[in-house]
Design a protein around this ligand. Structure first.
Ligand SMILES: CC(C)(COP(=O)(O)OP(=O)(O)OC[C@H]1O[C@@H](n2cnc3c(N)ncnc32)[C@H](O)[C@@H]1O)[C@@H](O)C(=O)NCCC(=O)NCCS
Ligand SMILES: Nc1ncnc2c1ncn2[C@@H]1O[C@H](COP(=O)(O)OP(=O)(O)OP(=O)(O)O)[C@@H](O)[C@H]1O
Length: 196
């Protein structure tokens, strides 16, 4: 059973993914893979440096993620050039990890850009974590210390709520407490697990 999990930035995807993992699902996290493929010393990071220059590296030689974020979320063509390097590497790692999942497992693919990718049809079910834009912005400002401009530029780089909801088979509203979220996640998990 291959389940896609998506949602806008700071909607609560990782929180939901962690709750699903606690319930026994195997979670593959695209954001984590996108970090792994550009770690220090990787061919991915070398490709990024070739494209964008080494001023986007920290003195230690890591990708300067805040600086890269400011660049790509303010410049669509730069974002597309970064995605063209990172996304194929992420898909490669995805295929490798998926092949190691145990038979009969509920395999959850946490993919922030699933609606944008046009790949939602390839999943048996698609869970969309949904929250109003104001809630997303509040979480980014309060819990991540981003500026309003950082928050709004990430939202602008993503599909709209409506576009995301259009690919959902299951919607998880994340507007209440974490306990309410956990109860909704359990209900969706239990429904999908019997089909796995
Ligand atoms: C620009 C980068 C270096 C900024 O790193 P940073 O640590 O600040 O953010 P992080 O990677 O944790 O992403 C946080 C969230 O930002 C949003 N986001 C990230 N990349 C993108 C993108 N290309 N388009 C729209 N939203 C994005 C997602 O909601 C994601 O969950 C990084 O986001 C990146 O490498 N992005 C390109 C790769 C990508 O598309 N990743 C998304 C999943 S494959
Ligand atoms: N129902 C909730 N009540 C309070 N805080 C919440 C709730 N849901 C999520 N959060 C908090 O909001 C922040 C964003 O959640 P999370 O990291 O799960 O979002 P995300 O969609 O994975 O974000 P990103 O797109 O950046 O990866 C986190 O600090 C999380 O603890």
């Amino acid at each position: 059973m291959r389940v896609g999990l998506t949602g806008g930035v700071a909607s609560g995807k990782s929180t939901v993914a962690n709750m699903l993992a606690e319930l026994g699902a195997v979670v593959i996290d695209a954001d984590a893979l996108a970090r792994e493929v550009v770690e220090r010393g990787t061919p991915g990071l070398a490709a990024v440096v070739e494209e964008f220059g080494d001023e986007l590296l920290t003195p230690e030689g890591d990708l300067d993620r805040p600086a890269m974020g400011r660049l790509v979320f303010g410049d669509e063509s730069a974002r597309k050039r970064l995605e063209a390097i990172v996304h194929p590497l992420v898909f490669e790692r995805y295929a490798e990890l998926e092949a190691t999942a145990p038979e009969g497992a509920l395999v959850v693919h946490d993919i922030p850009l699933l609606a944008e990718s046009g790949r939602a049809d390839g999943f048996d079910a698609v869970i969309v974590v949904d929250a109003p834009t104001e809630t997303q912005v509040e979480r980014m400002l309060e819990q991540r210390g981003w500026t309003l401009e950082d928050a709004e530029s990430r939202i602008a780089a993503q599909a709209t709520r409506e576009q995301r909801l259009a690919v959902a088979t299951h919607v998880i509203e994340n507007t209440g407490t974490l306990d309410e979220l956990r109860a909704r996640v359990r209900a969706v998990h239990d429904e999908l697990a019997v089909r796995a």
